[in-house]
Design a protein around this ligand. Structure first.
Ligand SMILES: *Cc1c(COP(=O)(O)O)cnc(C)c1O
Length: 387
């Protein structure tokens, strides 16, 4: 069987075939769900590469290889959630070490750094990385890790990965990029100099809002060994059934992302024309302040669209999200179905208003995870909710 993780294959072929081979015992084209905790060994030290399912499982292995291929990496590791993957990266650190993270960060990442790892003596600094020179001011002898997310949530700011990697390389720091929003179809951080790519596979990779999972991808033998050691030692691994669902979801990643992007564009352009809409945030708009950086490091712009209302009224924004019929009012993103959130009252509600406004997160901001339904139906839904 050909190895489809090979670089000669393009993304769609890799998404469907990399790491995946027909089951040798039956010819089953789909990777079976190996719902087993242990493996019968032929004798002492004699086994088929599998001893215990926390360490390795034959449904998980193809998925890990598939994700490595999609990120142009050598190694992939899967975890029980995106946060479990982040936890494993942070466990590379020890007491006294410091992290520099971008200030526009997924709330759970901010929480694990400040509320969990700070207790163990690991300190995090949060800086605006839209100008990578800001990072240098926080580097000291204890700095070990730089963590960034691009595009960010919900304001869709872009950080130049290549420019940050230049700084981390120069100072011998690890760079981890949370690539959840872009997916490997639109952006490959390892190609721009990142050491580790982290994913909440729960979102676009799975794509069907039915699995919680995380992943880490790296090119470094040493980092892979250390992370695999942590994965096995701490044990936050996904179930074989979830690995099966993830493999199945990834097979359509490229066509889903194309449609998310087309619908995102149609909706962003429609919102721009609407008299009640103030600002529209979509990285594909030429007016986006970091559009050129996005063009450089991404192959498309995706389906995350945020907008504010001219009234900037929290009540009016709440009415809009409540009136939407196709867009479900829910947390999360990246599924085939469209979802809307109101960050000021949901995910970012715990941040004081003045602080929210400083970062540009206004009261009326509505975030759309544009799904892959028909664009006209989504636009009609927005039209009735806004009018
Ligand atoms: C959802 C999310 C996470 C956390 O992942 P879980 O799978 O929910 O644990 C991390 N980063 C980003 C950008 C996310 O959207």
């Amino acid at each position: 069987m050909t190895d489809h993780s090979n670089e000669q294959f393009k993304f769609g072929t890799k998404a469907i075939h990399a790491g995946v081979t027909p089951d040798p015992t039956t010819g089953a084209i789909m990777t079976p769900i190996f719902q087993t905790s242990t493996y019968v060994q032929q004798g002492i030290g004699k086994h088929k590469g599998y001893e215990y399912s926390r360490t390795h499982n034959p449904t998980r292995t193809p998925l890990e290889q598939n994700l490595a291929a999609l990120e142009n990496g050598k190694y992939g590791l899967c975890f029980a959630s995106g946060m479990a993957a982040t936890d494993a990266v942070l466990k590379l650190l020890k007491a006294g070490d410091e992290i520099i993270a971008c200030n526009d960060l997924y709330g759970g990442t901010y929480r694990i750094m400040t509320k969990v790892f700070e207790q163990f003596g690991v300190k995090a600094h949060f800086v605006d990385m839209s100008n990578p020179a800001n990072i240098e001011a926080h580097i000291n002898a204890n700095t070990r890790l730089v963590w960034l997310e691009t595009p960010t949530n919900p304001l869709l700011t872009i950080i130049d990965i290549e420019a940050v990697a230049k700084v981390t390389r120069q100072h011998g720091l690890l760079l981890c990029v949370d690539n959840t929003f872009a997916t490997p179809y639109l952006q490959n951080p390892l190609d721009w100099g990142a050491d580790i790519v982290m994913h909440s596979a729960t979102k676009y990779l799975g794509g069907h809002s039915d699995v919680v999972m995380g992943a880490l991808i790296t090119n470094s033998d040493e980092l892979h060994q250390r992370l695999a050691f942590i994965q096995n030692s701490c044990g936050a691994v996904p179930s074989p059934h979830d690995c099966f669902l993830m493999l199945r979801g990834i097979k359509t990643l490229h066509i889903r992302m194309d449609r998310h992007g087309e619908n995102g564009k149609a909706i962003a352009e429609w919102l721009l024309q609407h008299p009640k809409v103030d600002k529209v945030y979509w990285i594909g708009l030429p007016t986006h302040p970091k559009h050129e950086v996005a063009r450089k490091q991404m192959r498309g712009f995706g389906g995350m669209v945020s907008f504010t209302l001219k009234s900037d009224s929290i009540e009016e924004a709440a009415q809009v999200v409540e009136r939407l019929q196709i867009f479900a009012f829910a947390e999360s993103l990246g599924g085939v179905e469209s979802i809307c959130t109101h960050p000021a009252s949901m995910t970012h509600g715990s941040i004081p208003r003045e602080h929210r406004e400083k970062t540009g997160l206004r009261d009326s901001l509505i975030r759309l995870s544009v799904g892959i339904e028909d664009a006209q139906d989504l636009i009609n839904d927005l039209a009735q909710a806004l009018n």
